[in-house]
Structures are given as structure tokens and as C-alpha cells.
Design a protein around this ligand. Sequence first.
Ligand SMILES: C[S@@+](CC[C@H](N)C(=O)[O-])C[C@H]1O[C@@H](n2cnc3c(N)ncnc32)[C@H](O)[C@@H]1O
Length: 300
Amino acid sequence: MPSRHQPVLMDPVLDALQPRRGGFFVDATVGGGGHAHAVLSASSDVRLLAIDRDAQALERARQRLEEFGDRVQFAHAPFSAIESLVEEAGLGPVAGILADFGVSSDQIDDRDRGFSFQQDGPLDMRMDRTLQKTSAAVLLANASEDEIEKWLRVYGEERFSRRVANAIIKQRRFGPLLRTSQLADLVARTIPGGRSGHNPATRTFQALRIAVNRELDEIDAFLHAAPRLLAPGGRLAVISFHSLEDRLAKHSFRNEARGGEFENLIPRGTVATQSEMRANPRSRSARLRALERSSVGDAN
Ligand SMILES: C[S@@+](CC[C@H](N)C(=O)[O-])C[C@H]1O[C@@H](n2cnc3c(N)ncnc32)[C@H](O)[C@@H]1O
């Protein structure tokens, strides 16, 4: 099935990466292939390494990008391994890297993946079902109340983290939590609904997804490695969807820029226009940041 994912912040991403220059680009989160398609279309001199840890996403991207033939290479891997993936690709110095963090609409909309509290499905949430062994159900079945509380508080920024963790532990006495609807109902019974109309399970699902996929460790490792893979004048663009992701990118880019070898191109980040937010609600929480490696001779 073709991807239904609508890429966010397309124009600012292309402004940041400048693929018209041609060269070797990396899409570390190719997903449905929307950004990758635009990068490859910008110049026939673009070659692209397309990475995703989700085999299904990669297959969709493969079909979407078929027209570009051997200008694209695919890698089924986590982006924390970007350094060795770039080396293995053997395509030379990197002109631009994009990472569009989080999950795609294709993943959320597929009830069998267990990411959504709006549809019943297995409580899975693994982005890579071939290599990752621990689903959300397994994680919840084995964690202590304190561990669960910490994930909810830190990864979900859930005010009622103790109450929800305690309810999960109590529920376990009656049998394992195996379905998304079981967890969503339990949270709805345990805490009040949000004022903004958000489903009360939103933060719990975010927290669990981050814990299952070790998302912040992945981003940390990626942000550590990616800048140094850039050729002089090369650019790194990252899109985050919540404050935990954005904080990592903001601090990393600020630190890199302090050394003088990199320039923080958009210190406050770029957000979607009102019209994009209306057309694509996912873009409402997106923020783009970009970093450039100085050209030879630019560094002090
Ligand atoms: C928001 S989507 C990307 C959408 C894409 N930019 C497009 O235009 O269709 C995020 C993708 O990143 C992948 N992903 C998330 N974390 C990852 C990681 N640590 N390593 C590799 N891929 C990851 C997900 O599987 C998902 O397909």
C-alpha cells in the first residue's frame, strides 16, 4: 500500500539542505519517502542513502523511490548507526543529512503496530519488529511501578504519573495488558481528561513508545555522530515533534556552534505556517533545526 504520510516543513527542509547542489545526502528516517523524493528530484546529481529501522516503511520507500534507480541505497537499521552506515555506503563526503524524528502516519494508522490509543490493536509499539524483542506489553509486564512512573513522568511529561503507574500495577494482578484499548481505557478511568481536548492516554502512549524504542538514546547517538560526517559546507537538518526531542537537538547544535566549526543556521528553529498546520495537523508540533559545517577556511 502506498504511504499516506504527509511530509512536514517541506520548503524549509529543502532550504536547509539545498539539495540542488547535488552530492551525497542521507535521509536517516526515510519513512514514506516524501522528503527523500523531493531531495532526489532537486538534482540528478543527488545520491541518497535512505535509512529506516522499520522494514515495512523501508519497503514503501523503496517503491516510492524506484524511479531514481541506483541513485538510492537503502539501509534497514537504527540511525544511531549512521557513522558505519555512511562508511559502508561508500558514497564519499556527505552534503546533507535529514532526520525527521518520531513515528509516521503509516505506523500510527496501522492498528497492528499498536501505536494508537484510538484503535484497538496489540500493545506492540516496536518500530523494528525484526530486531527489537521487547514490545510495550512485555515492557509493562516486567517493569516495576517506579520504572513505569519514571517513564511516564520523564518521557510523557505526565502529571499523574504515579497514579497511572499504580493503576497499571494493580491491573496486572488480573492479567497482562495486551491490547491498546485496555491501556487507553485504564488511563481514561484513572486520570482526568486534558483541558485541550487531548485524549488522557496521549502522554502514556508517547512515554511507552519512547521507552520501547529507546528513542532519546537513539537521537543522542545520532546527534553526536552526524555533524562530523558532513563535508565542509554540508548541512544537518532535524525535525522534532516534542520538547524532549527538540531539547536534545537545541543543546547539541548550540554546543557544536560554540566550537566555531559549525554554524547554527536557525537558532530558534522553524515551525509550520498557519496554512500548513491547517492542511496537516501533524505539523503543529514540528520544529526544524539546521546546522552547517563551515566551508574550508571559514573556521576560526
Ligand atoms: C516522521 S517519519 C519520517 C517521514 C519521512 N520524512 C517522509 O517524508 O515520509 C519517521 C520515520 O523514522 C523512523 N525512525 C524512527 N526512529 C528511528 C531510528 N532510531 N532509526 C531509524 N529510523 C527511525 C520511523 O520508523 C519512521 O518511519
